[in-house]
Design a protein around this ligand. Structure first.
Ligand code: NI
Ligand code: MN
Length: 225
C-alpha cells in the first residue's frame, strides 16, 4: 500500500487493489496542506472525531465522490442526517471492509462538530490491511492502555500527534511510542498553527536514542508500506 501524508492529521492510503482511504481530510483551510480537497476522490473516509481540523473538507469531498464514511456512531448519524453514506462503529469494535479491518480505540479528546453538534467520543484508529497494522492514535493525551494496544497488536506504523496544547506534546509522545512499541513512528499534528509548533526532528532524535525508528514525512510525501 501507499501512505501519503498531507500534513496535520490528514493522510491517504492507497491499496494494491486500488482502493483509496482518506483519513481526517483537513486540507483547504489548512495552511500546510499541499493538496486541495478537489484533488481527491476517495472510496472511504475514516474520521477520528468531528473537530474542524479532522472533519475538515470531508463533506465537500463526499459530495463529489460519494465515499463511505467510517466513524463513531454519533458522528456517523450526524453525517447520515446530511445525506452521506455511513458505517457507524464504536470504540473497541472492529469491522472487516473490502480493503481490510478497522477498529476504533480510545482517545482522550472531544468530538464537537464545527457547528456545535456533539458527535460522540473521539477515537483512535487501528487499521489492518495487506498484512500490516497501522495505529493512528487520533488526537489524544497519553494513556497507559497504549501498552495493551501494542501488546495485542504488532504495530508496524504508529502515527501520533506531537504538537502539544490539544494533544500529546513531545515528551508524552515519546512515552506513547515506548508503551506501544511500534516498528516505526510517524509524528503528526504539528506546525499547522503557531499554538502547535513542535520540532519533529527532536522527537525523532529522542526515539533514535532509544534505538527506535521514526520517520518524519514531508507534507505531501508518499511512502510505500
Ligand atoms: Ni481534535
Ligand atoms: Mn486536532
Amino acid at each position: 500500500m501507499k501512505l501519503r501524508y498531507f500534513s496535520h492529521s490528514a493522510f491517504q492510503i492507497t491499496t494494491h487493489s486500488g482502493k483509496t482511504i482518506l483519513i481526517d481530510p483537513f486540507l483547504d483551510e489548512n495552511p500546510t496542506s499541499p493538496v486541495k480537497s478537489s484533488d481527491l476522490r476517495p472510496d472511504y473516509i475514516i474520521l477520528s472525531h468531528a473537530h474542524g481540523d479532522h472533519l475538515g473538507d470531508a463533506m465537500k469531498i463526499a459530495k463529489k465522490s460519494d465515499p463511505l464514511f467510517i466513524c463513531v456512531f454519533e458522528l456517523a448519524n450526524y453525517l447520515a442526517d446530511k445525506g452521506f453514506k455511513t458505517h457507524g462503529m464504536h470504540i473497541g469494535g472492529g469491522y472487516n471492509y473490502d480493503f481490510g479491518r478497522v477498529k476504533f480505540t480510545i482517545a482522550h479528546h472531544g468530538s464537537g462538530a464545527p457547528d456545535g453538534t456533539y458527535c460522540g467520543e473521539a477515537a483512535g484508529i487501528l487499521l489492518t490491511l495487506e498484512g500490516k497494522i497501522i495505529y493512528y492514535t487520533g488526537d489524544t493525551g497519553l494513556f497507559y492502555d497504549m501498552k495493551l494496544i501494542g501488546e495485542m497488536n504488532k504495530i508496524d506504523v504508529m502515527l501520533l500527534p506531537i504538537g502539544d496544547n490539544f494533544t500529546m506534546g513531545l515528551t508524552d509522545a515519546v512515552k506513547a511510542v515506548e508503551l506501544t512499541n511500534p516498528h516505526m513512528a510517524i509524528p503528526i499534528h504539528y506546525n499547522t498553527f503557531p499554538v502547535i509548533e513542535a520540532d519533529p526532528y527532536a522527537f525523532k532524535r529522542r526515539l533514535e536514542e532509544q534505538g527506535r525508528e521514526c520517520r518524519v514525512l514531508d507534507f505531501g510525501q508518499e511512502i510505500d508500506l
